[in-house]
Design a protein around this ligand. Structure first.
Ligand SMILES: C[S@@+](CC[C@H](N)C(=O)[O-])C[C@H]1O[C@@H](n2cnc3c(N)ncnc32)[C@H](O)[C@@H]1O
Length: 310
């Protein structure tokens, strides 16, 4: 599948500019065998290859979900709702294509995923994709992918942003003097393509901040920056059905599990489960259970509607 844009050159150029400083070059010499210029080239190349491969691989797995009706069922669970929808970590756009209502925004840190999302959406809708980014030296983590500004449009807006920060998303909404009515976040938990980039801080990655459960909890606190008061958050997580049933027998329900994530910021309104196809066969995509945080086979998507109040 050809991509209309690749990011390697832009990332190499911006990363080279960002290591003009002698301290940055010293740090790089300390961590890499190669010269700073070669090291930067290799980091940019590896990141470009990994993000592209991830997009291909998630596209394949996500299409399995699409074909078994997962995104249709999620859409049905949400029901007939109007307003601005923001899909966090939208991947290759299969949920947005199923949602098929505008305005809607898809946010992802992988520009190749956004390109694949655009290919699907543009057949029917107006799509504005903002997937430009630079790669810059950060003295705490190594290299950091920095998204560039975006503007909210009436159709579909595809936006490169780090959902652990939401800087670009928040700025774009503030410029449009609006916030979302609905935020969705589903099927989270993936391979970290930034491990090589964040060489100074291997513990901290953009894809996983401790665990997916922790990220979801943090997100609930950050949602008021992008979601209207009384807006709805849909959280869809992979759960081992067998474990969940066993927990149910000792009185731990899915509502309770989601309640722990929503804490005092959100009220769990409804929950549902959706059968998932097996996701195995991928070399890059590693699935972790959000709730149990293990690398096991899951078989259902636990879905919750959470009203956010602030
Ligand atoms: C497992 S896929 C799920 C995609 C989509 N929600 C779906 O259901 O098809 C996870 C997505 O999150 C994106 N992602 C991972 N870390 C991210 C971050 N820090 N900020 C934004 N997107 C991120 C990945 O690029 C990937 O597209």
């Amino acid at each position: 599948m050809p991509f209309s844009e690749t990011y390697f050159r832009k990332w190499r150029g911006s990363a080279l500019e960002s290591i003009a400083d002698a301290n940055a070059r010293r740090t790089i010499r300390h961590h890499f065998k190669e010269s700073p210029t070669t090291a930067v080239r290799n980091v940019a190349k590896t990141l470009d290859d990994k993000t592209r491969n991830y997009a291909y691989e998630w596209e394949r797995i996500s299409n399995l979900h699409r074909d078994s009706g997962v995104y249709r069922k999620i859409s049905e669970f949400i029901g007939e709702k109007d307003g601005l929808l923001i899909d966090l970590g939208c991947g290759t756009g299969n949920f947005l294509t199923q949602w098929s209502k505008t305005p809607a925004v898809g946010v992802d840190l992988n520009g190749y995923c956004l390109q694949l999302a655009e290919d699907k959406l543009k057949a029917k809708w107006q799509v504005d994709r903002y997937s430009d980014s630079t790669l810059e030296f950060n003295s705490k983590i190594g290299f950091e992918l920095k998204p560039l500004p975006a503007h909210l449009r009436r159709g579909y807006t595809l936006l490169l942003d780090d959902i652990t920060k939401l800087h670009i998303t928040e700025k774009m909404l503030a410029e449009g003097e609006t916030k979302a009515d609905i935020v969705t976040f589903m099927l989270w938990g993936s391979y970290d393509v930034f491990k090589g980039t964040h060489f100074l801080d291997e513990e901290r990655t953009s894809y996983e901040t401790n665990s997916s459960a922790e990220l979801s909890k943090k997100l609930v606190y950050e949602l008021p920056r992008i979601l209207k008061n009384e807006g709805t958050f849909y959280l869809g997580v992979r759960i081992d059905d067998g474990i969940m049933k066993a927990l149910g027998q000792v009185g731990i329900s899915m509502e309770k599990m989601f309640g722990v994530i929503a804490k005092d910021k959100g009220e769990v309104q409804r929950v549902a489960t959706i059968e998932l196809p097996q996701e195995n066969g991928g070399s890059l995509i590693q699935v972790r259970h959000l709730i149990f945080n293990q690398n096991e086979q899951q078989n259902v998507l636990g879905l919750a509607e959470i009203k956010i109040k602030y």
